[in-house]
Design a protein around this ligand. Structure first.
Ligand code: CO
Length: 194
């Protein structure tokens, strides 16, 4: 059985590098985390939260799933949002999608993808909500726009969770942002739905 030694080697090098730059980094961080941001993004390996915004460990609380979907009955995602807002007191929730998202693309196909199709139904809903706008677009434009519209919809879902509604009702300083990432050039775009 392979033991993935190269990953342990990478880890050793990484930890050593950080320790050399700041000997207190890990000991300080072990005492507490104080992130200002909750990142809700896609599981896609090309969209790593911390690296894209160039922030070190401790700065971003992260939840990722296929196609960055926020479902009102998903206890996993809701628990992350609750912990981030009520305990960590993050000031910003960022829903970040990306162009060329395989989950969004699969949701627009009629093929059978197995179990995941149940998850992708949530994105099919986004297509249905925006059918008039999408109708006039070419297939390629349609996928890009669907990736954007999916973010807009998930921002709205975050905004409508009981956790966020209660926080805003209680005057908590909290913003919900919708961003999209371009895997072709590494650039983020704000969809201005804050
Ligand atoms: Co994706």
């Amino acid at each position: 059985m392979k033991n993935l030694q190269h990953l342990f080697d990478n880890n050793m090098e990484w930890a050593k590098d950080i320790h050399e730059k700041n000997p207190d980094f890990f000991s300080d961080l072990s005492k507490q985390q104080n992130p200002e941001y909750l990142w809700i993004g896609c599981s896609d390996s090309r969209v790593p939260a911390n690296q894209i915004v160039n922030l070190p460990p401790g700065e971003v609380f992260v939840h990722r799933n296929i196609a960055n979907v926020v479902v009102h009955s998903d206890l996993n995602c809701l628990s992350v949002i609750q912990y981030a807002v009520e305990v960590l007191k993050v000031k910003h929730i960022i829903v970040c999608g990306h162009y060329g998202c395989g989950g969004v693309k699969a949701s627009m196909e009629d093929d059978d993808h197995g179990l995941i199709d149940n998850w992708l139904c949530h994105i099919k809903d986004v297509e249905r909500f925006n059918v008039n706008e999408l109708e006039s677009l070419s297939d390629c434009e349609k996928l890009d726009r669907m990736c954007e519209l999916n973010v807009v919809e998930q921002v709205s879902n975050v905004r409508n969770t009981s956790v966020v509604r209660n926080a805003l009702r209680n005057g908590v300083e909290l913003s919900v942002h919708g961003w999209i990432y371009n895997i072709n050039n590494g650039i983020l775009k704000d969809l201005d739905v804050c």
